[in-house]
Design a protein. Structure first.
Length: 366
C-alpha cells in the first residue's frame, strides 16, 4: 500500500499491510517549518523511509472577515518579536498581541481579541464573510504529496475557534455559562466551518478534516458533564456528518483526560480520535486497552506515543511503549503517532534516537 492508501484505510478501519506510523504534524512537501530547519532533516528522512506522512494543508485564514483588513505591526524587543493585530468593526476595534521567542516555534498570546463584553459586541457586529484557503497552495501540496502523504485540513471545531479568540478565563466565567451568548458566538463559528468543509469537499475527496477544540471542555479546564454536550457535541456532530457527506474523513483532536468524554466523542460519528494521551502519563485517566475496549471498531485510534517519553525516556522504554500500544489497540483501526511534535531547535540527538526506535519498532511489530 502507499502511505496515502494506508493512512486512509486505517482511518476507515479497513485492513492495512502494516500499522501506519507518522510524525503527524511534520511533512516534507513544502510549507512546514521543520523541513526548513536543518536539525530536523534526519527526522523527516526517518518518516520518508520508515513511516507515513500527513500533509497539513492551508486553513481558511480568518473568522474576523477579510484577512487583508487585519492590520498587523511588529514590535521588536531585545529578545523577542511582538506581533500586534487590529481589526476595525462597526462597534470599534478588536486588538490582539502575540510574542515569539528565538529557538522555539511556540507563540505566546499576550492579549486576546475578546476579553470584555465590549469585545464580544464588536466581534458580533462584524459582517460575516468567508475567505477560503489559498487554492493554489492546496493544489500544489496535494500534487507534491501524491501517494506519499494524506492531506489533512486542521480547521477546529466551533468551541476551539471561538475560545481561541478569547481570554480563556473570560470564556469560562462569562461566555460558557450564558447559553444565549455562547450560542451567538458558536453560531458564527459553525457557519464559518461549514463553509470551509463545503469548500474542501468541492475540490478534494478522501482527505481528512481535523476538528481541534473539544479538549477545552474537558477536565480540569471545564466540567464536561455540564458543558461538553451543548458546547461541543451538539455543534460538532453536524460538521462531522457534513464532512463525511463530501467523501472526506472527520478526525477529532482531543488532548487530556478522556474517561468522561469518550462516549460523547463517539456520538459525533467521527472517523478517528487523536492523539490519545493514555496511562501511564500523568495527564491521562484511561489506558489504551480501556479506550480500545470502549471504542471497538467504531473509530480509528491515532496516537498513544507520549511526547514526554520520546523526549526524555530511554530507547528501551520507547520500544516497550510501541509494543504495548500495538498489542492493546492494533492492528486494524490504529495509527501510531506522538501526542505532540518536538519543538526544540536544534533537535536534540536523544529525541532523534527515540523517534528512530519508534519508527523501527512499529515497522517490525506492526
Amino acid at each position: 500500500m502507499t502511505s496515502r492508501q494506508r493512512l486512509l484505510a486505517a482511518i476507515r478501519r479497513a485492513p492495512v499491510d502494516r500499522v501506519p506510523v507518522t510524525l503527524y504534524e511534520f511533512h516534507d512537501f513544502g510549507g512546514c517549518w521543520a523541513a526548513a530547519e536543518p536539525s530536523y532533516r534526519p527526522l523527516l528522512d526517518l518518516q520518508a523511509s520508515l513511516g507515513d506522512a500527513f500533509v497539513f494543508m492551508p486553513s481558511a485564514p480568518s473568522l474576523l472577515g477579510d484577512p487583508n483588513q487585519i492590520r498587523t505591526s511588529m514590535q521588536l524587543t531585545e529578545r523577542s518579536g511582538v506581533v500586534q493585530r487590529r481589526v476595525e468593526t462597526p462597534r470599534g476595534p478588536l486588538t490582539s498581541a502575540t510574542r515569539s521567542d528565538p529557538g522555539t516555534v511556540t507563540t505566546w498570546t499576550l492579549k486576546h481579541f475578546i476579553e470584555t463584553d465590549e469585545d464580544i459586541e464588536r466581534f458580533l457586529s462584524l459582517p460575516y464573510q468567508f475567505t477560503p484557503p489559498g487554492e493554489a497552495e492546496v493544489r500544489r501540496l496535494d500534487a507534491a504529496a501524491g501517494d506519499r502523504g494524506l492531506p489533512l485540513f486542521s480547521i477546529g471545531d466551533p468551541l476551539g475557534v471561538i475560545s481561541g479568540l478569547c481570554d480563556f478565563t473570560f470564556f469560562v466565567t462569562r461566555i460558557a455559562p450564558d447559553a444565549r451568548l455562547a450560542g451567538d458566538l458558536l453560531d458564527r463559528a459553525s457557519r464559518f466551518l461549514a463553509d470551509t468543509i463545503d469548500w474542501i469537499g468541492e475540490r478534494l475527496r478522501d482527505v481528512c478534516v481535523r476538528f481541534w477544540g473539544p479538549e477545552y471542555c474537558g477536565a480540569p479546564l471545564m466540567d464536561p458533564r455540564r458543558f461538553f454536550r451543548p458546547l461541543v457535541l451538539e455543534r460538532l456532530s453536524p460538521l462531522v456528518k457534513r464532512t463525511q457527506a463530501t467523501g472526506n474523513a472527520a478526525v477529532v483532536h482531543c488532548h487530556g483526560r478522556l474517561d468522561a468524554l469518550l462516549e460523547m466523542i463517539l456520538e459525533t460519528g467521527a472517523d478517528a480520535l487523536e492523539p490519545l494521551e493514555v496511562l501511564p502519563v500523568s495527564t491521562a485517566d484511561v489506558s489504551m486497552a480501556d479506550v480500545k475496549r470502549r471504542v471497538g471498531n467504531r473509530m480509528c485510534l491515532a496516537g498513544g506515543m507520549q511526547a514526554s517519553d520520546l523526549e526524555l525516556a530511554s530507547p528501551q522504554v520507547v520500544r516497550e511503549r510501541v509494543r504495548d500500544v500495538l498489542a492493546a489497540a492494533g492492528p486494524r483501526g490504529l495509527i501510531l503517532l506522538p501526542t505532540s511534535a518536538p519543538l526544540q531547535i536544534p533537535l536534540p540527538q536523544r529525541v532523534l534516537d527515540n523517534y528512530r526506535v519508534m519508527f523501527e519498532t512499529a515497522r517490525e511489530a506492526g
